[in-house]
Design a protein around this ligand. Structure first.
Ligand code: NAD
Ligand code: MG
Length: 395
């Protein structure tokens, strides 16, 4: 491979779980990939260590005091920047070919959109941006001529299991439905009555995956699967009834596509995000991801069961939000972010998370999302509404 083919990558959310896995894949292929920019909210120590290893052109801290702190350290030739404009700049820079969108939550929307508008290969981990602004995001991808590669393991598996030239319509390809797998999280099998007292520490202790705190809580409430259902509908141009959630506790099958002739195509692998990350980076080729091979004899059995929507109402709320359309998925997402934050701060019980989200959704008047400002206003409204309900202490 010649130097011209080395791909410059911006890693948004570089200090997080996905960001660090991405850097590990890049580390294994210095002949193919170079870090152009690293970004984070405020983890100065990790950022400094990674600047020293990867020597990026830019490092962006979203937080101003963190940027000052980092700027005071020896960062060699790396330029330290701060704020939203800098995030968008490194996501859309002319010298960048790929952008890993791995900021957590709604904060990821604007830089992910900037990468899409600029026609980059967008490695999308930040599912919240698609949930909030799916139609706008997909329009930006089309307008910019971007390549959207899903990194969420389920969507990556679906992408791998769909026909190569899938054009966004099930029927011509004989596709029946998508089977979206879910581990069920740490509280699988528990009735709602037993969930009232669970602690943040119990909720973030995921049985199979090691992830950031927010997505770990989302996995425990099944909101993660709700967000992923919406994500699948936007990514693959389908409707919720065409996506069946299948609880599969071993997390070996990462999702499947069922065809009209009775075939089911699945992608299997270790629960290690470096596999979908490497797939997205190298597609349509494959590269070593540093992931140990699957030993089927070791796994021995695979179990499947339907989700318990009484104990975990978030899946139903996500379906309702998608059906309501417009700004409602953005409201679902924002209310969930506030609820998860409050749960982690021990201001809200586990079972109050869906109750709070539902109350916020009930108070919202849906608007069409043809403009970004409307999405951002709905996000802001939902956060304020959720915080007001928490302050009333009526849950
Ligand atoms: P994490 O909490 O470990 O890392 C989040 C990153 O975003 C950090 O680098 C942090 O500094 C940065 N960040 C946080 N708030 C920010 C802000 N306001 N502005 C700018 N940067 C900010 O999260 P994670 O587990 O790596 O997840 C990242 C995204 O990937 C999420 O959207 C998550 O849903 C998705 N995802 C994660 C996994 C996983 O295995 N961790 C799997 C699938 C999808
Ligand atoms: Mg996932």
């Amino acid at each position: 491979m010649t130097a011209r083919q080395v791909q410059n990558i911006t890693v948004l959310g570089a200090t997080g779980s996905i960001g660090q896995s991405t850097l590990d894949v890049i580390r294994r292929h210095p002949d193919k990939y170079r870090v152009f920019a690293l970004t984070a909210a405020r983890s100065v120590d990790i950022m400094l260590r990674d600047i020293n290893e990867f020597r990026p052109r830019y490092a962006v801290m979203a937080d101003e005091s963190a940027a000052r702190h980092l700027g005071a350290a020896d960062t060699g030739d790396t330029e330290i920047l701060c704020g939203a404009d800098a995030l968008a700049m490194v996501a859309s820079h002319a010298e960048v070919q790929q952008v890993m969108a791995a900021i957590v939550g709604a904060a990821g929307l604007l830089p992910s959109l900037a990468a899409a508008e600029a026609g980059k290969r967008v490695l999308l981990a930040n599912k919240e941006s698609l949930v909030m602004a799916g139609p706008l995001f997909m329009a930006a991808v089309a307008r910019g001529g971007a390549e959207l590669l899903p990194i969420d393991s389920e969507h990556n598996a679906i992408f791998q299991s769909l026909p190569q030239h899938y054009g966004g319509d099930f029927a011509p390809h004989g596709i029946d439905k998508i089977l979206l797998t879910a581990s069920g999280g740490p509280f699988r099998g528990k009735p709602r009555s037993e969930l009232a007292e669970v602690t943040p520490a119990q909720a973030v202790a995921h049985p199979n995956w090691s992830m950031g705190a927010k997505i770990s809580v989302d996995s425990a409430t099944l909101m993660n699967k709700g967000l992923e259902l919406i994500e699948a509908c936007f990514l693959f141009h389908c409707l919720p009834h065409q996506v069946q959630v299948v609880v599969h506790p071993q997390s070996v099958i990462h999702s499947m596509v069922q065809y009209c002739d009775g075939s089911v195509i699945a992608q299997l692998g270790q629960p290690d995000m470096r596999t979908p990350i490497a797939y997205g980076m190298a597609w349509p080729q494959r590269i070593d991801a540093g992931v140990k091979h699957l030993d089927l004899f070791d796994i021995a059995r695979l179990d499947f069961m339907p989700p318990d929507e009484d104990a975990f109402p978030c899946l139903r709320l996500a379906r309702q939000a998608f059906a309501a359309g417009g700004t409602m998925p953005a409201v679902l997402n924002a209310a969930n972010e506030v609820a998860v934050d409050a749960f982690l701060q021990q201001e809200l019980s586990f079972n109050a998370i869906p109750v709070l989200i539902e109350q916020v959704m009930q108070r919202h008047s849906v608007a069409p999302t043809d403009q970004l400002d409307i999405v951002l206003a709905a996000d802001d409204w939902a956060r304020q509404c959720a915080r007001r309900i928490i302050a009333e202490d009526s849950l």
